[in-house]
Design a protein around this ligand. Structure first.
Ligand SMILES: [Zn+2]
Length: 88
């Protein structure tokens, strides 16, 4: 897992958001990642995690949900898609 600074304070800019998405792409989804994930739309933290399939400490399939704006971010093949819906 790639260590992301805890003060990685969300998404002030598009380039940073892309960088963040890229980081997530190269780090497989683990429960621990929930500590640093915030909603890319409303910046809410913490997000809710629903696990559908797990292997060891890796979440293979599941959904990350923002309880504030009610947007689902899917986890497929261990990779969380944290792009806002309008960028997918
Ligand atoms: Zn949100």
């Amino acid at each position: 897992m790639i260590d992301i600074a805890p003060d990685f304070n969300y998404f002030p800019s598009r380039p940073r958001q892309r960088y963040y998405t890229l980081l997530l792409f190269f780090s497989s989804m683990r429960q621990k990642l929930m500590d640093i994930l915030a909603c890319p739309v409303c910046k809410f933290h913490p997000l809710e995690l629903k696990i559908e399939k797990k292997e060891g400490d890796e979440i293979v399939e599941g959904t990350i949900t923002c309880p504030k704006c009610n947007i689902d971010y899917p986890i497929r093949e261990r990779i969380p898609n944290m792009l806002p819906p309008d960028m997918r």
